[in-house]
Design a protein around this ligand. Sequence first.
Ligand SMILES: *Cc1c(COP(=O)(O)O)cnc(C)c1O
Length: 363
Amino acid sequence: MSGLTAAALTTAHIDLGALQHNIGVLRERAAPADFMIVLKADAYGHGAVPVAQAAAACGVRNFGALDIPNALTVLAAGLPSDSAVLAWLHMPSQDFTEAVDAGIELTASTVAELDRIAGSRSSRVPVVQFKIDTGLNRNGATAETWPALMSRAAVLEAAGRIRVKGVWTHIAEASEDEDTLAMRRFDDAIAVAATHGVHFSVRHLAASSAAFRRADVRYDMVRIGGHCWGIPSFDGVTPADMGLIPVMTLVSRVTAVAERASGVRLAEIAAGFLDGIPRESRGRVSVAIRGRRVGLDREIGHSSTLVEVTGSDIAVGDEVYLFGTGEHSEQTVREWGDRTGTLGDEIVSRVGARVPRIYSGTN
Ligand SMILES: *Cc1c(COP(=O)(O)O)cnc(C)c1O
């Protein structure tokens, strides 16, 4: 029982070597398109800074950060000077000065946003990317507002107040037809921009699913989150099927074992829903103790989980593999996602901030 300090009972092991392996597989597949790693939500719970550093070490130079605070965090990782960090979700009255000073690339979706970016108090010229909505209705300029945005972009660029870099959209990745339609709308928007004299050096729209499946959606760059963590986005597909390795392994400990009068043996695991075990996993998911599967079918509390075990060898202090690569007979996070009706991406992102991340595999 020695060494079972509360702080270390549940830990998330992040294999940066597996991450770099996945990035290698995915970059090769996407080539000649460039590769952006998407680091929102603290790199889906994997830790934005160490992940950014490991990605940079294997050649990645484009980082997607969602918002400015996260972009500043990513930059603090000390990335190579030719790196680009893109933010796209801004507060309604965002002051862009700090972001422009830091060299963060900013996405503009409206004329008002573009004017605020161009009007920052920074002495640097902001690098701007533009977002067009192509059917997902998740912000971005519409076909109606796009011409005015492009006309303003042309004026600001001619005045030396912005540098136009990219154009992008987000596609549903749900059906081939929808994605094809979104691509045509994207092409139309690029053509409209050209009539205003606005030209983009980087065009991008695909995330994990579409980028893996379809060459024609990759344009100049793909933006990848989920597949980098070794979580397949396709039904019935294992990480190994895609040549990927799950990056996060969540490990806890048995903290108590009790035998009921009925002969049933119960073990308490030191992780609950505050650590990121979805309560929906009760009765649906299993974990591995001593290489054997144990169903999470008793009780999931805020900080502990009760399971029924067979075999008298299971003891206090035993490691419990919640999810991971499968090496210890545990399920993968993809299987957890399938069984709980959510996405593996969501499960890793919800692993509590109080769970220490332990990194291995850097070079
Ligand atoms: C989250 C996100 C991605 C990455 O999505 P995955 O499916 O995890 O690869 C790409 N682009 C944008 C704009 C995103 O918000």
